[in-house]
Design a protein around this ligand. Structure first.
Ligand code: FUB
Length: 327
């Protein structure tokens, strides 16, 4: 008999998976991860080792049931505009359709964001011919709000190319922002009703400290690096993200889905491996963090595994920090 999945252990071990975006569809938990390619190539700060070529969808009926791998649901060879590196995806449901949003490099080596659609949460997904006009960088995350408006959040530094877009166009050798100036924020745009295009030019999200001052680029404990995720709890919007070089997941809150967001604290301590990437979802009456680490590969940064654990809120809406290796 297939085993049920335990918290803080790999959801699957037959493939490497990362960057989990979890959603509840049709009463089940669906996870949209990256599918890490099992290779022994070199690593660098540009993320060239993250050579992913396809996506699988995972699901579980509940936390007492085994994980189902629905197999390959989209491959880079079937995406006309994309050349390589299918990085962290997300899914959304609207218009009776499931949408898979994903970043990939275009044929000029620039990261763009694409959409693919399906009538089933388990795929397979059919990609659009072109990337979303005006899209750039990586790590799309989509929130369909209670009023049915949908917002896409995205961005990532270094290999994710966000700093190359500071002027609004791609500048290959753009300088890093000054360390004593505001950090680069993730981007947000409302999506069109058909979910296939941006309704507006993407805006930079401002993340501020408790006094309303922008978090600075040199503040590596708090500044945005990559992997934005927005969820709503008790009517408040929570923007959580990776700090990259500090290897933590932190969060900020706002009463507005487009911010500004006020920094609140740390959700996840560093995990084994350089990257850390997560999603947060409510299933029945509990909240869960899906994340990845490199324990299954003994620490190889580009061979990651998706895990989950429960998260808990304090009375004041703050989230209790998780150390996934502590009993
Ligand atoms: O998986 C490739 C990249 O690594 C993702 O896009 C980032 O968020 C980081 O997890």
């Amino acid at each position: 008999m297939e085993k049920k999945v335990q918290p803080n252990t790999p959801l699957v071990t037959h493939i490497y998976t990362a960057d989990p975006s979890a959603h509840v569809y049709e009463g089940k938990i669906y996870i949209y991860p990256s599918h890490d390619l099992d290779h022994d190539g070199e690593s660098n700060d540009n993320g060239d080792q993250y050579k992913m070529e396809d996506y699988h969808v995972l699901s579980l009926d509940n936390f007492d049931s085994p994980v189902v791998d629905h197999g390959q649901v989209l491959h880079v060879k079937d995406i006309p505009w994309a050349s390589k590196q299918l990085w962290a995806p997300d899914a959304a449901f609207k218009n009776d359709t499931y949408y898979l949003f994903f970043p990939a490099r275009d044929h000029d080596d620039i990261f763009r964001i694409g959409v693919a659609t399906s009538s089933s949460p388990a795929g397979p997904f059919t990609p659009q011919e072109n990337y979303m006009p005006g899209s750039y960088s990586i790590d799309p995350a989509v929130l369909v709000d209670e009023d049915d408006k949908a917002y896409i959040y995205f961005g990532g530094l270094w290999g994710g190319q966000l700093e190359k877009w500071q002027t609004g166009t791609f500048v290959a050798d753009a300088p890093d922002p000054a360390l004593d100036g505001p950090a680069l924020g993730p981007r947000v745009a409302e999506l069109s009703d058909d979910m296939l295009t941006f309704k507006e030019e993407p805006k930079e999200i401002s993340i501020v400290d408790e006094n309303g001052n922008p978090i600075l680029a040199g503040d590596e404990d708090r500044r945005f690096f990559e992997g934005p995720w927005v969820h709503k709890y008790n009517g408040l919007y929570y923007l959580s993200y990776s700090t990259g070089t500090k290897h933590t997941i932190v969060y900020a809150t706002s009463e507005n889905p487009q911010g500004p967001f006020t920094f609140r604290g740390k959700i996840l301590e560093p995990v084994i491996g350089w990257t850390t990437h997560h999603s947060i979802v409510q299933f029945q009456d509990k909240w869960y963090l899906f994340y990845h680490d490199c324990s299954l590969s003994d620490g190889v940064n580009h061979k990651r595994s998706v895990k989950y654990t429960e998260i808990k809120y304090n009375e004041d809406g703050t989230i209790q920090t998780i150390d996934p290796y502590k009993e």
